[in-house]
Design a protein around this ligand. Structure first.
Ligand code: NBP
Length: 484
């Protein structure tokens, strides 16, 4: 067998198959393998028929077909399947060869695997791939991290198959060492949860607050997709609202209102807790899916706590404009929080993240692609060390122009009993952020009262800690201080 293949892809489910076809279209020779080997022949006989794609029936056969350094990409279920394949691959590969995990792996696993594989003399890449089936086939957003020495070997393939922005720049660049690629992909998915929840809350307000039909809402989202909210998720919402079931009724109305999740939103929130970064909007988006899944309890509670009239009064056109602004402002908060998280993670794990590059990678191909990410890219181009997105002049002005509508929408939704957890947590975060003084002075007093946790004083330098014997019966010993 001639070693003529540029790359091997293991895993012939939806992502693997489409990435292989994409690589083939770009002129790369790909060898396909799958745990259930019969799927290789099936793929060659159908989807890959007439292409240059090769099939292998064993790992040894696959490896023999690869040019050196060998590039082997796993597109299998995240978790043990990746560890198992690494164990099977190590004996058949050589030092300098590259194992790539393109699945949605937890970044901590990628940190561990990078070290492990590098320890065996090979190189490792953990890469986020976003865009679903369509993206994988025609151009995903690709976020690679891992062993820096591997990048030059995968760069030509990854950048060729990735989505491109309008000037042709690929939505794929090196993210950073170790688990950086999967961390950025995880944050992308968390932001995706947030964007979807925001759109769902806007839909809820239009539907119940304004009593709009699916066709009317289709027109609203169509209009929204032409401006600052222009994005893939608004676009598919527009199309979903126009879709009719066989009986001519809107299909969306027939879909059970219980949301599923695969865990990447949860991972983002867990990491934010570890890092002490408030990504409140993504957290609410994850919890909102959990609330939606409590359908039987909701049905019972709805009988007991009957909702009142949810209808908004006043100018409908104005309400639509206000909801649009509330959505835009909340979205700015969500991305601000997401970038705060990535910044903290980069500091903690020693990654040199390129914030503008991340916006560019997300600009096309992935589920959160939007015009908005172009504005974020510009903000980081102007100031690569921007601490907080809201402090960029463009976003400062943009959020100021939305606050009146945002407060009106959130307060009216609360009065009318329409849940808007993401809109309202975004506003609460914004108000917290712009409060020079928060009530945490009282909180520190409480902590010191019951646990001798100490506090700092406004009239003393930072870093000096005080303890008060609040009751006169406590001891003189304070608890140690630490920050979570
Ligand atoms: P799946 O996540 O459904 O995985 C299917 C593949 O994993 C098959 O090749 C299957 O082999 C293999 N596999 C399983 Br399942 N358990 C295995 C095990 N214990 N050992 C070895 N192989 C095993 O496929 P997918 O939806 O194409 O996703 C692939 C990866 O890409 C996942 O990590 C996913 O989270 C990620 N991703 C998916 C999307 C999407 O939109 N679907 C988007 C972005 C990223 P078999 O054929 O023998 O069962």
């Amino acid at each position: 067998m001639d070693p003529k293949a540029d790359i091997a892809v293991i895993g012939l489910a939806v992502m693997g198959q489409n990435l292989i076809l994409n690589m083939n279209d770009r002129g790369f020779t790909v060898v396909a393998f799958n745990r259930t080997v019969s799927k290789v022949d099936d793929f060659l006989a159908h989807e890959a028929k007439g292409t240059n794609i090769l099939g292998a029936h064993s790992l040894a056969e696959m490896v023999a077909l690869l040019k050196k350094p060998r590039r082997v990409m796993l597109m299998v279920k995240a978790g043990v399947a990746v560890d198992e394949f690494i164990e099977h691959l190590l004996p058949v590969l050589e030092p300098g060869d590259i194992i790539i995990d393109g699945g949605n792996s937890l970044f901590e696993d990628t940190i561990r695997r990078t070290k492990y594989v590098e320890g065996k003399g090979l190189l490792y890449i953990g890469t986020g791939v976003s865009g679903g089936e369509e993206g994988a086939r025609h151009g995903p957003s690709i976020m690679p991290g891992g062993s820096p020495a591997a990048w030059e070997h995968v760069k030509p393939i990854f950048q060729a198959i990735s989505a491109k922005v309008s000037d042709g720049t690929p939505c794929c660049d090196w993210v950073g060492e170790g688990g950086a690629g999967h961390y950025v992909k995880m944050t992308h998915n968390g932001i995706e949860y947030g964007d979807m929840q925001l759109i769902c809350e806007a839909y809820h307000l239009l539907k119940d607050g304004l009593g709009m039909t699916a066709d009317e809402m289709h027109e609203v989202f169509k209009e929204w997709n032409t401006g600052e909210l222009d994005s893939y998720l608004i676009e598919i919402t527009r199309d979903i609202l126009a879709k009719k079931d066989d009986d001519g009724a809107p299909l969306v109305d027939k879909i059970l209102d219980t949301a599923g999740q695969k865990g990447t939103g949860k991972w983002t929130v867990i990491s934010s807790q570890d890092m002490g970064i408030p990504i409140t909007l993504i957290a609410e988006a994850v919890y909102s899916r959990c609330v939606s899944a409590m359908k039987p309890q909701r049905v019972e509670a709805a009988k007991v706590f009957k909702p009142g009239n949810p209808k908004f009064s006043g100018d409908r056109k104005q309400w639509v404009a206000d909801i649009r602004k509330a959505l835009y402002a909340s979205k700015m908060i969500s991305y601000t929080q997401g970038y705060m998280l990535m910044r903290a993670a980069a500091k903690q794990y020693g990654w040199n993240l390129n914030n503008g590059g991340i916006a560019l990678m997300w600009r096309g191909g992935c589920i959160i692609r939007s015009a908005f990410l172009g504005d974020i890219k510009k903000a980081f181009d102007k100031n690569p060390n921007l601490d907080n997105l809201l402090l960029d002049p463009f976003f400062k002005k943009a959020i100021k122009s939305c606050t009146r509508s945002w407060r009106k929408v959130v307060s009216t939704a609360i009065k009318k009993g329409i849940p808007v957890p993401a809109f309202s947590t975004a506003l609460a975060f914004f108000d917290g952020l712009r409060s020079e003084r928060l009530p945490a002075n009282l909180l520190q007093a409480q902590r010191d009262y019951f646990g001798a946790h100490t506090y700092e004083r406004v009239d003393k330098p930072r870093g000096e800690f005080f303890h008060t014997n609040w009751t006169g019966t406590g001891g003189r010993v304070a608890s140690s201080t630490y920050t979570v």
